[in-house]
Structure formats: C-alpha cells, structure tokens
Ligand binder design. Structure first.
Ligand code: CA
Length: 432
C-alpha cells in the first residue's frame, strides 16, 4: 500500500500542461515558440537541488547524472492529490484487510518463514505475527512492492513544492543508497510515495534502520524477505520503541451507564483504572501479565455504539510505521488472528460512506457553531473529532467524536445547513 499519503493543493498542475503533453508536443516537431511552465519550474528546482545535494556532500556530477533525463511523473502527482469522493467506514477497511483468507495466508507464511524468522524474533523481541502482518499489509508478502522509480517520484514531489523539504531529504537518501552501490537504479523502485521493498521503507528509513537478516552481508529489502522483516523489527525496536511482552491493542466494552465518552482518544490510564470506570476487556479471561501495569488510551473508531479498544504503546509503535488508527488496528488485529485469536466480540455498527461534500460540510457546520477553527479539508482528523465532541456535549449526546452519516446530517441541520453544501454533488443514498 502507499505509505505517507499527502494531500495538497492542485495549483501547480492547474496552471501547467502535463509532462506527457509536453513530450507529445515535442514529438510533433517545431511549432510556435513555447516554454512549458513546468519545464521552467522543474528545471529551476533541479538546478537548486543539485546545489543542495552538493552541500550535503554528494558529488555534483553524480547527482547531475542521476537526474539527467528525469521529468515529472504525473501519476505521482495524481496519487498525491487523490481525495476520495466517499470515505468508507473503518469497518469496511478492516473487513478487507483482516479477511479470513488474509489470516490463513499469514499463518502459512509465518509457518514457512520459521527457519529464518525465529532468530529475528529472538533478536528483536517483536512477535512474528506482527512482522508477518506488516509484510501482508504493505506488500502482500512481497508481491506488490511498487515499480515506480523512487528518484523520479521524489524529484516530482520535491519540485511540486508543498512537501519539498520532505521529498528532497528522501531524494538525498535515495541518491546515497544508489551511490553507495547497495542498490542499482533499477532496484530503487517503490510506491509513488517512495516506499520501497517488501515492507515499504522510505530511503531515509532504509539508511537508518535496514539490516541484513539473512546473513549474506548485504541488506536487500526488495529481494530478501529475511532482510525486509529484520529491518522492520529493527525499525519497530529502535525508532518506534516496541515494548516486548505487551499487546498492541485489546478489544474492550463499556459496562457503565452514563460513561463519559469524552475520555475516548483522551488520557492514558491503567487497565485497572479503566475497569473502575466500567471499561473492561471483551475477553473475560485475566489480562496478560505484560499488559497489567501499562497505561493505555481508549479508542472507539466507530463511536460509542461500536467496539472499543485499549490502545497500548505498541499500537502507537505501529503508527510510527504508518500514522493511521486504521492501519495500526489492521496490523494489530491481523496479528491477533494469525496467532489464533477469534474475531471481534462486538460487531461494527452499520454506517455508510460519507461524501467529501458532507465531510467538508461537517467542518463548516462545526466552524459556524463555534467549535472548530481548522482547515476545511474533509479529512475529519483529531481536530475535527475534538470539535465534534464539544458539539455532542452541547447536545447531550455521547461525546465520542464519531461523525456518522446520521450525525453529520443532524449537525448540518443544527447549523442551518440542511441542504447539501455543494449543490453539484448529489446527497448520499442510504447504503443497500
Ligand atoms: Ca541480506
């Protein structure tokens, strides 16, 4: 999957023809004198970047050669600007990611990997089920690593400008890998966002955390599963501070009338403190010993009517890999199932995809009501959920911060925005 997806304005492409159009124009032969804007932009960026790379001790002639002939990749820009028209509930993502077939595949891959994976588990103290789950979600066990030229992708994002510092740093990392001889240009492929190999490392993460897992003296996260999974274990331990013998997440249920749902995504408490408030594991057996004295936060990704989870520090460690609750839950729940655990005790509530127009309208309504002052990006992140909680409290609703389809309609009505905020977008029909 694509890691670290970034959303930004489309201004750059809106004023410029695509590079493909430029190539076509050039192939058509001489025409009216015309300087395509992005040639100017990309050329100017390239010249400035070569200076910057030289200042980072990269050989100017090597950098120039690596960037020779590189033109912006419109596919990278399109992926980077992709904003889904409808956002699906997390339950749809988890059903697809933690499917029965994925669990079976994970179990068989784990069994087959034992001879080379057990030493890695012993060394890093990260469960094999977690490593195999990341391998599954990131690349379908190495099958879908991405085939984009990482140097071209990073150059495209850098020249586009919104994430210039990030993309230039990663590009310098990619060039260091290339110039070191650890990977050829043909090997330096990955997702459009620059994530490479079987467990999708960015170039800088590769340089800092990739290790040789199969003992051949080289680190090859593309061709060696042992190298890729050892690198992931090293990343989780050193960068994300994985805690041995602790869970990532645990399903819980609330057994208390009048529970204060504003505690969701709030303070960390010991499981015993949560129990005193009526929040207890769905599994009635005693907590694993390693989790008893570990403070955790409470998350309820589909609100108070859906399953809740203790989010332990290891949940946050997985989010260092990809900073998303959905991703970390998918990896953690898949690992539990691969280890033989059952499905969730409580079913996800039924909800429907929410249109971009409604997601933005929710932010507009929260702004109009005085609860929100952030961006109107339709992403409904933690700032939007915090504002939603304040509004829910004002309405005497459970303050879980979850903006369901029904709640967004109520929110719009409260703010006097019952009509669709964008009349060109048809309101969502109830899911069948
Ligand atoms: Ca190796």
């Amino acid at each position: 999957m694509d890691r670290r997806a970034f959303l930004f304005s489309t201004a750059w492409l809106a004023v410029a023809p695509t590079p493909n159009m430029v190539q076509t124009a050039a192939q058509l032969g001489p025409g009216p004198a015309y300087a395509p804007p992005e040639d100017t932009v990309f050329g100017a960026w390239k010249a400035a970047f070569i200076d910057k790379a030289a200042a980072h001790d990269l050989a100017r002639d090597q950098v120039t050669a690596a960037l020779a002939g590189v033109i912006p990749d419109t596919h990278v820009i399109a992926q980077d600007q992709r904003q889904p028209e409808f956002s699906k509930p997390i339950s749809a993502y988890l059903d697809a990611t933690v499917s029965s077939s994925r669990v079976r595949d994970g179990q068989s891959h784990l069994a087959a990997a034992r001879p080379w994976l057990d030493p890695i588990i012993d060394r890093y103290q990260v469960p094999g089920e977690i490593l195999v789950s990341i391998w599954a979600v990131e690349s379908a066990f190495g099958q879908t690593q991405g085939s984009d030229d990482v140097i071209r992708s990073m150059a495209t994002l850098a020249a586009e400008g919104r994430r210039q510092a990030f993309a230039e740093d990663e590009l310098i990392g990619a060039l260091r890998i290339l110039f070191s001889g650890e990977a050829t240009r043909a090997q330096l492929t990955g997702s459009w966002a620059g994530a490479m190999g079987q467990t999708q490392f960015t170039p800088l993460d590769y340089l800092a955390y990739a290790v040789d897992g199969d003992g051949d003296g080289k680190r090859d996260i593309w061709g060696s599963s042992a190298d890729a999974l050892a690198s992931t274990a090293n990343f989780l331990t050193k960068k994300a501070h994985w805690q041995p013998e602790q869970s990532a997440q645990m399903e819980v249920a609330v057994h208390a009338a009048g529970f204060d749902y504003a505690l969701v995504e709030g303070p960390s408490k010991l499981p015993s403190e949560w129990a005193a408030l009526g929040v207890r594991p769905a599994d009635p057996r005693p907590l694993p010993e390693g989790d008893r004295d570990v403070a955790c936060s409470l998350i309820m990704p589909m609100g108070w009517q859906g399953p809740g989870f203790f989010a332990f520090p290891n949940h946050m460690a997985i989010r260092a890999y990809n900073n998303s609750t959905s991703y970390a839950l998918a990896v953690g729940l898949l690992a539990d199932r691969i280890a033989g655990g059952g499905p969730l005790v409580q079913a996800w509530p039924v909800d429907q995809p929410i249109s971009l127009a409604d997601r933005i309208a929710a932010q507009q309504a929260l702004t109009a009501l005085g609860y929100y002052s952030g961006g109107m990006d339709g992403l409904l992140g933690s700032g939007s959920r915090k504002a939603a909680r304040q509004w829910q409290i004002s309405q005497n609703l459970p303050a879980d911060g979850y903006l369901s389809y029904a709640l967004i309609q109520r929110l719009k009505a409260t703010a006097g925005m019952a009509a669709p905020s964008n009349p060109t977008i048809t309101p969502v029909a109830p899911a069948g």
